[in-house]
Design a protein around this ligand. Structure first.
Ligand code: B16
Ligand code: MG
Length: 218
């Protein structure tokens, strides 16, 4: 039986992943008078702010100075933060409240393994900060998702081996990260690339302890 659950945030706990891409679309429209195709969203999911901007600039086939790069990051985050202003407990994704309650009842530890620098503030808005024994800091790990570092750091913060943990993700970068960390990967969503996960659920509403416990290998 697993002892810890390592949660992604955007797209797993909170309904915020589209807000990230909406902020990127607005930025690109303002600065480059261009439109981003929806197909690019998956390539920015779970990926750090800076790496997401690199994906977008690469798609646009433009290069910018370091100063401009930083300015674009700041402005994207301002737009994103403005869209979070009314975020509240109602923005927890379906099933998350019940699943976290179930984990707590079984004394399973919870850690956040999000790429977002806004993670702690979002957990506060969702009134979930106290449910987490640990929050791994994405600014303190050498490599972002798809590297496994943030999941390894989250397990370590719980004083657990990743092999004794389940990681939950909505992005293909995140599933690759969990798989390489040694934790058991559970994907929520329907994107074809999520098939690399150990367990694939259509949505967070399907998350529950029994389903995962039955499939968990050790
Ligand atoms: P921020 P997750 C990720 O969060 C998002 O999926 C990704 O779109 C975003 O670029 C990244 O956080 C960084 O977020 O700009 O708030 O620091 O899915 O790993 O919880
Ligand atoms: Mg995510």
């Amino acid at each position: 039986m697993f002892k810890g659950v390592l949660f992604d945030l955007d797209g797993v706990i909170a309904d915020t992943s589209t807000l990230h891409f909406d902020a990127w679309k607005k930025l690109v429209n303002n600065y480059f008078s261009a439109k981003l195709p929806d197909s690019l969203e998956e390539k920015t999911k779970g990926v750090s702010r800076g790496d997401s901007l690199k994906v977008i600039l690469n798609y646009l086939d433009v290069s910018v100075s370091d100063t401009m790069f930083q300015r674009l990051l700041v402005e994207k985050n301002q737009t994103y933060l403005a869209s979070l202003e009314n975020l509240s407990i109602k923005d927890r994704l379906p099933g998350i409240t019940e699943f976290i309650t179930e984990l707590k009842q079984h004394e399973i530890k919870l850690a956040l393994a999000s790429a977002s620098l806004n993670g702690p503030a979002i957990l506060d808005k969702l009134e979930l900060r106290d449910a987490f024994e640990a929050i791994a800091d994405p600014s303190k790990v050498p490599y972002g998702k798809p590297a496994p570092d943030i999941f390894i750091a989250a397990a370590k913060a719980l004083e657990l081996n990743p092999r004794d943990c389940v990681g939950i993700e909505d992005s293909s970068a995140g599933i690759t990260a969990i798989n390489h960390s040694g934790a058991y990967s559970v994907a929520v969503g329907t994107h074809p690339e999520l098939k690399a996960a150990n367990m694939l659920l259509a949505s967070t509403a399907e998350l529950n302890l029994d389903t995962i416990r039955q499939a968990y290998p050790h």
